[in-house]
Design a protein. Structure first.
Length: 84
């Protein structure tokens, strides 16, 4: 089972752009599913993630907020994923 990565972001967010670059650079080397979710316009997501974006989850676990360390992200997505 391949890792799952979810990025909570919003348009016009420079830190979100940086996080996306880290994620996509690693995705060129490591296979994982990637989903980006725009929090703008969703009151629940804005409340939960708005001031902390970008927020990155790996396999459903919140791993990064505001900054994504490339080495730590690589380790997180290369870790074996257990089945359902």
């Amino acid at each position: 089972m391949e890792p799952r990565v979810r990025l909570y972001s919003r348009p016009g967010c420079g830190l979100c752009d940086e996080a996306r670059e880290v994620i996509l650079a690693e995705r060129a080397r490591t296979r994982f599913a990637f989903e980006e979710i725009d929090v703008s316009g969703d009151d629940g997501l804005e409340l939960e993630y708005g001031i902390r974006i970008p927020v990155v989850l790996v396999n459903g676990e919140e791993r990064f907020e505001i900054r994504v360390d490339p080495a730590a992200f690589a380790r997180a997505v290369r870790r074996p994923v257990s089945g359902p």
